[in-house]
Ligand binder design. Structure first.
Ligand code: PMP
Length: 431
C-alpha cells in the first residue's frame, strides 16, 4: 500500500466526513488487520473498538470468511444480483428469515443501511397508502433523502426536501438528561401518551409506520427505556401501524441478543439490517412480513444488492456468529467492559456512567461537576486513546459521547485492556 505520508498529502480530493479521527493533521490509514487489531501505514498497531463503524463484527482477516470469498472469486461471478438465482443469496435469505422472529418473512437485499431504510419506508408508505411516518428523536438512519427525513439527529435537520412527512417522538433518556428526575415507568408512560396523542389527534393523515433503533448508535449508544418499545408497539398494533426496527447497528448479536428488539416483548413488521452482516463487505437489507413486502408492484431490482461476494461473506459470518454463540459472548464481555469502565471512572467529575447494551456502549463527557456536554473532552479522549493504540468513535446528541463497539469476537483480556486505555485517557483529561 502507499505510504502514509504520501496519502496524507493526497487526501484533499476525498470529501471529508465529520469524524475528528479524519480531520487530524495525520489522518489514519488502516493498512491491514487481524482479529480485533489493525495496523496503520507506519506499521503501528491499534486495538479496534470501533470495528470499522460496527462493520467488522468478527474482526479482520477471518479465515472462514476469507476462504468463502476466495472460493466465490474463483467462480468469476461477483456482481449482478436480483435478476438471477444466486446460491449464496438464497441461503442467506433463508438464514435471515429464520432468525428474524417475523412470521412468514421475505428478505430484500441492498448494499447499505441507508438503502435498506429507504426500502422499508417505501414499503410501509405503499402498504399503508400514507406518507406519514413517525421516528425517534436523535436517531440516525442514513444519508439519502428518505433516510435523512426520518433521522432525528439535530445536526442533520433541514437537509433538502423530505419525501415523507415525519413526526418525532421521544427516544431513551441519555444519562444526565433534564428528565432524569422521572423514574423509568413514568417516563415510558409520558412517551406512550405522546405517541398516542400524535397518531390519534395531531397528525392529519393516518400513520404508516414507526421507525426505531432499539439502542441509538450514532446518538452514542442510548438504549430505549425498559418497556418503551413495547409501549409504542402496543399503540401501533391497535391501529394497524407498522413497526420498523432499524437493526443496522444493533443487529447480529451486538447488544447481547441476536436483535436489539429482542430485549422487549415486541414483534416488528419490518426489520432493517446492514453493517456487520457481511463482516466488512457492503450488504444490507429488509426482512418483513410477506404481505407488506409484496405490496410493491414495480420491479424490485438492485444491481449490486445481495451480490454473490457479499452474500457469500455473510453466510460465513452468520455461521461464525451462531457457531461461537457471539450474542451471549457479547453480553458477557460487554458486562465486563462496562463494569471495569464504571469502576475506573466513578470518581471522575467529567464522565457520566456508561450506557448501552452488550458491546454497543457509550460514555458521556461533561464539564466537570455539571451535566453540560463537553464534545471537546470526548474528542481529546478519543485522540489520547489513538495515541495509546486504541480506536474508538465519538457521537451523541451534542457530540460529547465516546462510542465503544469492538468486534463481537473481542476477548475478555482485550476488552479489559481497552477499558484501561479509555479510563487512563479520561483521567488525563479530567481537569
Ligand atoms: N441506520 C443506522 C442505525 C445506522 O447506524 C446507520 C449507519 N451509521 C445507517 C442506518 C446507515 O447505514 P449506511 O451507512 O450503511 O448507509
Amino acid at each position: 500500500p502507499a505510504s502514509q505520508p504520501d496519502l496524507a498529502t493526497r487526501h484533499r480530493d476525498v470529501m471529508p466526513p465529520w469524524s475528528p479521527l479524519y480531520h487530524r493533521d495525520d489522518p489514519l490509514e488502516i493498512a491491514s488487520g487481524q482479529g480485533c487489531w489493525v495496523r496503520d501505514g507506519h506499521d503501528r498497531s491499534y486495538l479496534d473498538f470501533y470495528s470499522g463503524i460496527a462493520a467488522n463484527i468478527l474482526g479482520y482477516d477471518v479465515p472462514e470468511v476469507r476462504a468463502a470469498v476466495e472460493r466465490q472469486l474463483r467462480t468469476g461471478i461477483v456482481h449482478t444480483s436480483t435478476f438471477y438465482l444466486i446460491r449464496s443469496q438464497v441461503e442467506l435469505a433463508e438464514r435471515v428469515a429464520r432468525v428474524s422472529g417475523i412470521a412468514d418473512p421475505v428478505v430484500f437485499f441492498t448494499c447499505s443501511g441507508t438503502e435498506a431504510v429507504e426500502t422499508a419506508l417505501l414499503l410501509a408508505t405503499e402498504y399503508r397508502r400514507s406518507h406519514q411516518v413517525v421516528a425517534l428523536r436523535h436517531g440516525y438512519h442514513g444519508r439519502s433523502f428518505g433516510a435523512l427525513a426520518v433521522t432525528g439527529d439535530n445536526r442533520w435537520k433541514g437537509m433538502g426536501l423530505s419525501p415523507v412527512n415525519v413526526a418525532h417522538i421521544p427516544a431513551g433518556r441519555p444519562e444526565g438528561s433534564t428528565s432524569a428526575d422521572l423514574d423509568g415507568p413514568a417516563y415510558v408512560r409520558l412517551c406512550a401518551e405522546e405517541l398516542e396523542h400524535l397518531v390519534d389527534t395531531e397528525l392529519p393523515q393516518p400513520v404508516a409506520a414507526l421507525l426505531a433503533e432499539p439502542v441509538q448508535g450514532v446518538a452514542g449508544a442510548v438504549p430505549l427505556e425498559s418497556g418503551q418499545l413495547a409501549a409504542y408497539a402496543e399503540i401501533l398494533r391497535e391501529r394497524g401501524i407498522l413497526l420498523i426496527v432499524d437493526e443496522v447497528q444493533t443487529g447480529w448479536g451486538r447488544t447481547g441478543r441476536y436483535w436489539g428488539y429482542q430485549w422487549e416483548n415486541v414483534r416488528p413488521d419490518l426489520l432493517v439490517f446492514a453493517k456487520g452482516v457481511g463482516n466488512g463487505l457492503a450488504l444490507g437489507g429488509v426482512v418483513g412480513r410477506r404481505e407488506v413486502m409484496s405490496c410493491l408492484t414495480m420491479p424490485s431490482i438492485s444491481t449490486f444488492g445481495g451480490n454473490p461476494l457479499a452474500t457469500t461473506a455473510a453466510v460465513a459470518t452468520l455461521d461464525a456468529i451462531e457457531d461461537r454463540d457471539l450474542p451471549a459472548h457479547a453480553h458477557r464481555v460487554g458486562d465486563l467492559l462496562r463494569e471495569r469502565l464504571d469502576r475506573q471512572l466513578c470518581d471522575l467529575s467529567s464522565v457520566l456512567r456508561v450506557q448501552g447494551q452488550g458491546l454497543l456502549l457509550g460514555l458521556a463527557f461533561v464539564r466537570p461537576g455539571t451535566h453540560a456536554p463537553s464534545p471537546e473532552r470526548a474528542v481529546a479522549v478519543q485522540e489520547e486513546c489513538r495515541s495509546n493504540g486504541l480506536l474508538v468513535g465519538t457521537g451523541g446528541r451534542a457530540g460529547n459521547r465516546l462510542r465503544i463497539m469492538p468486534p463481537l469476537t473481542v476477548t475478555a483480556e482485550e476488552a479489559l485492556h481497552g477499558a484501561d486505555v479509555i479510563a487512563a485517557a479520561a483521567r488525563r483529561t479530567d481537569t
